[in-house]
Design a protein around this ligand. Sequence first.
Ligand code: XMP
Length: 510
Amino acid sequence: MPAPSHSLVVLDFGGQYAQLIARRVRDLGVYCEIKPYWTEPGQLAGYEGIIFTGGPGSVYASDAPLCSPEVFSLGVPVLGICYGAQAMAHLLGGKVAPTAAPEFGKTQTRFESSSLLFQDVPESVTWMSHNDAVSQLPEGFSAAASSGHCPIAAMEDPARKLYAVQFHPEVNHTQFGNAMLKNFLYQVCQCQGGWEMGSFAKAEVARLKEQIGDRKVLCGLSGGVDSSVAAMLVHKAIGKNLTCIFVDHGLLRKDEGDLVEQVFRKEFDMNIIRVNAADRFLGKLQGVTEPERKRKIIGEEFIRVFEAEAAKLGKIELLCQGTIYPDVVESGSGQAAVIKSHHNVGGLPEDMGFEGLVEPLRDLFKDEVRRVGLELGIPEALVWRQPFPGPGLAVRVLGEVTPERVATLQDADAIFREEVARSGLDREIGQYFAVLTGCKSVGVMGDGRSYGETLALRAVNTSDFMTADWSYLPYELLATVSNRIVNEVPGVTRVVYDITSKPPATIEWE
Ligand code: XMP
């Protein structure tokens, strides 16, 4: 198939951010596709530009993903990112070696102002995540940026329109990352631009109508943004042929079950069945402490409950899920390394009995899902609800999940959410919640010794949930929350605040 002439291609070497790069490019007005690194060079010839993603390995590993060197002779501009930069150097005769110290996280970086890539980019912070870097330039290249441990933080051969950066311009933490990508697209590749995401909802509803036909669909509503938007898209496409099952697994936030039921039944007039299955889930989780095991059990129970309900409803051919792109990539469905198996991807048993899956949000990031939700007319209060993991509070109650510990966490979490909302920060924070750590500590209450659980507060700023910064919550807010929790929630004697970004931590603790 000939390459479209007004688009860019992301060549995926197995990094975590292929879709994120593609999405940044789309946001900058250039249509963008993703292809695997082994794509024949001939299939890349017609694109306006090529971006190599990062990847988890070393270019010297025996199974290192490498593209054909012919890619560099196509006359199509190339931007290599992280591993992609190293692959470019290696394939063109340069050398790659471990840096004096690995760089993970925010790194002060200097740029050559004469570089087209760094036009109008002052010395600033980039996001690094590497052990290796280019140590010797390939012929024809010059260094275009440097950082403390990385003298070749970028390299370029403007004559051949080949550029490479050791850092990640696609993540929010790289200060002028978008400007660099824009420079690559419009200065180096001279893209025409003008592409718009358009109305994803309209196109997707039409696609769903075609995919589903007159078959019936069952959807697991979790009450989170993703499954709500997925269900709404399918509802718009097939109306009452969609039945939503809302499984109340007893691991929801305080009072959440009633709210979800009311919104979907009353406001949207959807076919919705609420199943109160708390005992069943908590029974299965008894004695289980390992996070991936919890996910697996919950994922399987979800499906079993669906199956039981579906059996009552007669034949239902398809299952709709609110899987979004970060779930897919972090569950290792692509070429990226497995970090966590998010239950809605990783935990599906093979004998579910459905003909297939309907996953309308599979290519989207959270903020894109919200945009679609608003287009569909879903009330802002729901669209802006912070994300909530499928396995619910089970992955926030570290160690064994008992009804008592869930109730403790629900009460503490409700206080945290109430106070954040009162402070007016609820929309600014990507996600915030409480975690029951399982760590016991000594306290003093009245004149006596107390010995209870340590509760952690987590709040992160992020737009894509692939990377995140911990939120600098005001001390007054933290003080109020801490005070209220130790006074109002029995069993909690200590409150701590999590100050780790992602990476290296993940957002959830399990
Ligand atoms: P992590 O902890 O991987 O979280 O940084 C990224 C985003 O994913 C959510 N999350 C989950 N969502 N099932 C889900 O549906 C899961 O098992 C799961 N684990 C994490 C998390 O809340 C955050 O928004």
